[in-house]
Ligand binder design. Structure first.
Ligand code: FHN
Length: 425
């Protein structure tokens, strides 16, 4: 198939270079859900009556909140409405294949029962329960993979952890190496060993992490070779994944697995007043766009301190789920587009066992003339159907490839997928 180069074969080969058995599930998944949840959801972006414009989970840093004042918020962190099964089912219904949750963010607060630091949910909140264990149980029950975000540096509460990440309170003083030995490394062992299988370990951030320091952490993973790791440990450790944040690389990241993480509004952690929500259409198209470039979409939710998921998130997850119910074949286990550019949308591909290739044409801009042109396609086409309902579509060879007869109006305003089976690769 050309001249939309490189050809599907080349792309598939390129991917084969980075796809190992260990990464197989991850490469098929394409869609994950990120969860940023912690004590920062209590102030939710407001300190001393002032609404801070930055990220909700960065409030302590941005408002230079003293350690003791910040720690008092834990007394109001009482997520009595936390229902992890509901979270997992919301994700599952949306088509999500794995979840990654913040076990400890930059505020240093462990959302799990930690022996290494008593700045944790069990010791410091009226709730007193290990929400990570509860989520791990729910994930196991519903066959959802679970990964852990862990902020190994930039810790603003455990002494020494804030080394280069900013200092504004004497209580933050200390040695970064001591912090690593006494808090981070023991906590990493806790999350690796106390919650069953860990699908992905999401380091954040590489600040202060020299080669020597990273070399104390990497051996901890030796006993867990199945865990997928991202590229933010630091100290020159590449990890399995590139992690574009808040953007989709224009041409993917050839030769590397990658996962775009993105917020639904403008914050990772909950803020009461951030209503800048992306539309469901944008989120669906982002997922398609990312799959068409061979990556995964890790879409964030920021739950409230009560444990509830904000309504705009629930609505969007439902919309994504409705689209995925009929179109997920165009997302899961697909490989990148063989076409350099398609004016009307995106393409993902999948080889079929009978030697044909499925091209999933996701149409964003519906053609006004009832003809969808697939420029440069040289392979003979066998069939074209609307993926959502199996309606057969006529097609014909044209000078510059193939043209598919499509209905006058777009059947799906989010993205209509046409499944085109072509002979060969
Ligand atoms: O500082 C964090 C931020 O709060 C958030 O967790 C994102 C998610 O990728 N990572 C860091 C910035 O790169």
């Amino acid at each position: 198939a050309g001249p939309g180069k490189p050809s599907p074969k080349k792309i598939m080969n390129k991917h084969a270079l980075v796809v190992t058995n260990r990464m197989e599930w991850w490469n098929k998944a394409r869609f994950g859900m990120f969860i940023h949840w912690g004590v920062y959801s209590v102030p939710a972006g407001v300190y001393e009556g002032k609404k801070y414009p930055g990220l909700g989970e960065w409030l302590m840093h941005d408002a230079k909140i003293p350690v003791d004042t910040y720690q008092a918020y834990a007394k109001d962190f009482n997520p009595t409405k936390y229902n992890p099964e509901q979270w997992v089912l919301m994700a599952k219904d949306a088509g999500v294949k794995y979840i990654v949750i913040t076990t400890k963010h930059h505020d240093g607060f462990a959302m799990f029962d930690s022996k290494a630091s008593d700045w944790n949910i069990v010791k410091r909140t009226p709730y007193g329960k290990d929400v990570i264990k509860m989520l791990a149980d729910a994930c196991r029950k519903y066959g959802m993979k679970l990964g852990f975000y862990y902020s190994q540096a930039n810790d603003w509460n455990n002494p020494g952890g804030a080394a280069a990440g900013g200092h504004w309170d004497k209580k933050q003083d200390g040695s970064f190496d001591e912090y690593l030995d006494k808090v981070a490394i023991p906590q990493i062992k806790e999350i690796l060993n106390n919650y069953g299988d860990v699908a992905e370990l999401w380091w954040d951030v590489p600040t202060d992490m020299t080669k020597e320091r990273a070399a104390k952490i990497t051996p901890l993973l030796a006993a867990h070779p199945e865990i997928v790791t991202n590229n933010r440990l630091g100290g020159g450790v590449q990890g399995d994944l590139e992690t574009p944040e808040q953007y989709i690389p224009a041409t993917g990241i050839p030769g590397r697995n990658w996962e775009t993480c993105m917020t639904m509004n403008d914050t990772w952690g909950y803020k009461t007043y951030d209503d800048h929500w992306k539309s469901s259409q944008t989120l669906i198209r982002n997922l398609v766009d990312i799959a068409s470039k061979g990556g995964n979409y890790l879409l964030n939710i920021g739950p409230k301190p009560t444990g509830e998921v904000p309504e705009p998130i629930v609505d969007r997850m439902k919309d994504i789920g409705a689209w995925m119910k009929v179109n997920s074949e165009a997302i899961y286990a697909t490989t990148a587009s063989p076409f350099r550019k398609l004016t009307w949308g995106r393409c993902t591909t999948k080889e079929t066992p009978d030697g044909t290739t499925a091209l999933y044409l996701s149409v964003f801009d519906w053609p006004a003339n009832g003809q969808l042109s697939v420029p440069g396609l040289k392979n003979a086409a066998k069939s074209a159907t609307l993926l959502a309902n199996g309606t057969a579509l006529k097609f014909k060879k044209v000078a510059d490839g193939l043209s598919v007869d499509v209905p006058a109006n777009a059947p799906d305003a989010n993205a209509t997928v046409i499944k085109l089976i072509i002979k060969g690769k």
